[in-house]
Design a protein around this ligand. Structure first.
Ligand code: PEP
Ligand code: MG
Length: 541
């Protein structure tokens, strides 16, 4: 993309909701397609007709949501499909339907007005709740309202693009909109998008989860951004820091562009001898792409995202279904499934956890599993059952020392004593400095290790990975960081145990070779980065 020399860059700060970097042009989507709805009053004779229209809209919107749910379940994952089950239930909720019908019967509202007034009240009530997770569900109410209005207006669902004739429908572009709704993500065929920037929407919003599952860099919380851009504006989206730059300078493009994670690399590159490259996945359905890109195993399956998407704990059978599908797809290559790493930035309101002043240093990962062993037991049984299909590696998150690892592994082994299982190995995440400093001892008991550079950097340098105010001080070249990596690599080599690196750094071309120099011979990255990592290794001198 060529920089327009007449424009000075503007830097905006938002909330990073899906990692990665994209530099492209804007595709501006406006959400005002219903602004022309004139609230018409209806006479007594017209009420029957309006109620009929409304009933038809309930039925058609329900059917459309059912179709979307099936498509998302197949293409993205079952848990993500459930988002639309919740919306379908809302459309089919007889109490809500009754309120809208009553608004027509008892007043002068037409069908559109009834939908808007009842759904707006409902949305406002949910938005005012204390619970953040429930508050974010207000987005679903807005979605249902828009869908009903779409059906009533007999318009095709989907947002109207301001780009008119040169509209790319988001293809190869960064979509800028008011809110990143699940339907927006799906209607746009998000796989072709380069990035997303929105005015509203939180980290735990369903659409954010979808964006992460699809590997699209996304930033939200930039109020007024729609008014600053037009279709075609040059834009840089940094989903790691939440920074969005309009008309980025050539210097910035040259500097940050090296880390541009898109467009999706669809060309698989064969495995290379010097470095084993495995895949990071967030939902079971991601494994399809991992196989296409010739991943040499799954190095990190972040199981917490499927819980987050479903908004509840998944049962043993539901987990088993997902894990065994992944193990089967990998046909004997190792599958590393991480035990739930909730807490910290990965909120889990469905667990009813108390608010913490400092969650990143609080009830998170291994510590949470120690106090909520039933979560670990259910997951352990599902994993053990899945291991019958192929080798399964269990990864313990946020381990601080040997005693903690041994105690959690003990809980796992107790839980699966009666469960017929295949080969299971137990490994520790090296992402807390205390574990890295004690790597030698940990490798005496663990079967393997995986370095989580995202958290390791955060805890080593006391720098919040989610706080844009300190993002400028992220300096992964720091020698202290690399001495930590070397230390863990040496301990693994001395013990003859496998080690991989699964944090974002492993997918950044400028650090892959540095990791190899530090003694790392396996990495695990997002599937769309596998080919570029392999090319970097092949082209090294
Ligand atoms: C990490 O911390 O580097 C890691 C891989 O775990 P997560 O990003 O899920 O915390
Ligand atoms: Mg981590």
């Amino acid at each position: 993309m060529k920089h327009d020399p007449n424009k000075t860059e503007i830097t905006l700060k938002g909330i990073p909701i899906s990692p990665g970097i994209a530099i492209a042009r804007v595709c501006l989507f406006n959400d005002s397609r219903h602004s022309r709805i004139v609230p018409v009053k209806v006479s007594a004779e017209e009420k029957g007709r309006e109620i009929g229209r409304l009933r038809e809209a309930f039925m058609l919107a329900g059917e459309r949501l059912g179709d979307i749910q099936q498509r998302v379940s197949l293409e993205v994952g079952k848990a993500e499909g459930e988002i639309f089950v919740a919306q379908k239930m809302m459309v089919e909720d007889t109490t809500l339907q009754g309120r809208m019908i009553a608004a027509i019967e008892e007043g002068e509202a037409g069908a559109e007005m009834a939908v808007m007034s009842i759904m707006d009240t409902y949305e406002a009530r949910i938005s005012a709740l204390d619970n953040q997770y429930l508050r974010e569900r207000a987005t679903d109410v807005g979605e249902v309202k828009r869908r009903l209005l779409d059906v009533l207006a007999k318009t095709r669902p989907g947002l109207t693009c301001a780009g008119k004739s040169h509209c790319q429908h988001g293809r190869g572009r960064v979509v800028v909109g008011v809110e990143l709704t699940p339907s927006l993500t799906i209607d746009l065929d998000a796989r072709n998008l380069r990035g997303l920037v929105t005015e509203h929407g939180g980290v735990t919003s369903h659409a954010a989860i979808l964006a992460r599952a699809l590997g699209i860099p996304a930033v939200s919380g930039i109020r007024g951004v729609q008014g600053l851009v037009t279709c075609g504006t040059e834009i840089l989206v940094n989903g790691d820091t939440g920074e969005v730059v309009l008309w980025p300078s050539s210097e910035r493009v040259a500097q940050v562009g090296k880390r541009d994670t898109g467009p999706r690399d669809t060309q698989p590159v064969n495995p290379v001898v010097a470095l084993r490259v495995m895949a990071n996945i967030s939902v079971a359905a991601d494994v399809k792409h991992a196989v296409q890109m010739k991943a040499e195993g799954v190095g990190l399956y972040r199981t917490e995202f499927e819980f987050m998407a479903a908004g509840r704990e998944l049962s043993e059978d539901e987990q088993f279904e997902r894990y065994s599908a992944v193990v089967k797809s990998m046909k004997g290559a190792p599958v590393t499934i991480r035990l739930l790493d909730v807490g910290g930035d990965k909120q889990a309101d469905y667990l009813g956890l108390p608010q913490e002043a400092n969650p990143v240093l609080g009830f998170r990962g291994a510590r949470l599993l120690q106090k909520r062993p039933e979560l670990l037991r259910v997951q352990a049984r599902a994993m053990a059952r899945a291991s019958v299909e192929g080798p399964l590696h269990v990864l313990y998150p946020m381990i601080v020392d040997v005693a903690q690892f041994v105690s959690l592994r003990g809980l796992f082994l107790d839980a699966v004593r009666e469960v017929p299982a295949g080969t299971i190995r137990h490994g520790a995440m090296f992402e807390v400095p205390s574990a890295c400093l004690d790597a030698e001892a940990l490798f005496k008991v663990a079967d393997f290790g995986s370095i989580g550079t995202n958290d390791l950097y955060q805890y080593l340098f006391a720098i919040d990975r989610d706080n844009e105010m300190v993002a400028w001080d992220f300096r992964p070249d720091h020698p202290v960081f690399w001495s930590m990596i070397r230390r863990v690599a040496q301990a693994a080599a001395a013990a003859g145990k496998p080690l991989s690196v699964c944090g974002e750094l492993a997918g950044m071309n400028e650090y892959v070779l540095k990791l190899m120099e530090a003694g790392v011979n396996t990495v695990s990255v997002n599937s769309h980065l596998i080919s570029s990592v392999r090319r970097t290794v092949v082209n090294r001198r």
